[in-house]
Design a protein around this ligand. Structure first.
Ligand SMILES: Nc1ncnc2c1ncn2[C@@H]1O[C@H](COP(=O)(O)OP(=O)(O)OP(=O)(O)O)[C@@H](O)[C@H]1O
Ligand SMILES: [Mg+2]
Length: 257
């Protein structure tokens, strides 16, 4: 199905938080893959489906150990784990130094993820720019979504990043926006993005919602389901899924769709 890259330029706008929330409400079967060369966070943030802890070493590391001679899509699931709500996760590297020995992995991984027959893939690629080989994975994506806060410094970096993508994969932008100026912040960023002349398929939003972000790290349930974070991610998930393929019936994953 589709490989969707989620990433940012500078700062930590909330890519991993949004990726997790999007995975929770995604309208089709989905795999959340932590492809951030700086290392993953999910194994330390979220419990496993059975309430225990995730194994932080099972994921990209174990995949990297067997994929030297080639990687087939059907090998991916041997390295995934289920987190709370039943969401499938490919846990990332446990620290950034490991990426130095795995530069060859990103291209084969991107091809395998893009060819997964039974699930869309949300690939959290972290902050772009530090690891040029990650472009081999990004090149396989059907859609690249760049996250930003609405502040001037964040948007200035986003603008430069967009220009560098010219002619590449289909692009989208998501603003982590203060709910009090939600529409206005998104409209501001939309204008700035339009002024770059870059082909951007859409500019959407996710609420800046500290309470929701905190609930996402705990027990998923009704309060999280009603949070602004999840409500805005549900709308965004529908939009993103529609960009890359035909919609299918909602797939329940603990947080109700
Ligand atoms: N939508 C949000 N509303 C409120 N707080 C958020 C939101 N998204 C993220 N945060 C907070 O911002 C911090 C960084 O979030 P997160 O780890 O998701 O960012 P990131 O962009 O993945 O960062 P990094 O590049 O370091 O991986 C965390 O403390 C998180 O709780
Ligand atoms: Mg992150």
């Amino acid at each position: 199905m589709a490989l969707i890259v989620l990433a940012a330029d500078k700062g930590a706008p909330g890519v991993t938080t949004a990726a997790t929330a999007l995975g929770a409400v995604w309208p089709r079967p989905v795999l959340l893959a932590e492809c951030d060369p700086a290392g993953g966070d999910l194994a330390y943030r979220l419990p496993a489906q059975d309430g225990g802890v995730l194994n932080p070493s099972k994921g990209l590391l174990t995949l990297g150990a067997v994929a030297r001679k080639g990687l087939r899509p059907d090998q991916i699931h041997e390295h995934t784990q289920k987190i709370i709500g039943g969401l499938d996760v490919l846990a990332g590297l446990t620290h950034g130094e490991q990426a130095a020995g795995l530069t060859w992995l990103w291209g084969p991984l991107g091809r395998a993820l893009a060819a997964l027959p039974d699930a869309d893939v949300l690939a959290d690629c972290g902050r772009l720019g530090g690891h040029p080989q990650l472009n081999d994975l990004i090149a396989e994506a059907e859609l690249v979504v760049l996250f930003t806060r609405a502040s001037l410094d964040h948007v200035a970096h986003l603008r430069e990043r967009l220009v560098s993508f010219g002619g590449g994969p289909k692009l989208g932008v998501v603003v982590i926006a203060d709910p009090r100026q939600y529409r206005a912040s998104i409209d501001d960023v939309r204008r700035i993005v339009a002024a770059t002349g870059t082909q951007v398929a859409f500019v959407g939003g996710v609420a800046h919602d500290p309470k929701g972000a905190e609930l996402l790290r705990g027990q998923w349930g009704g309060r999280l389901d009603r949070s602004l974070l999840i409500r805005t991610c549900r709308e965004l998930a529908g939009r993103l899924a529609a960009q890359v393929g035909s919609a299918q019936p909602a797939h329940e994953r603990g947080v109700r769709s």
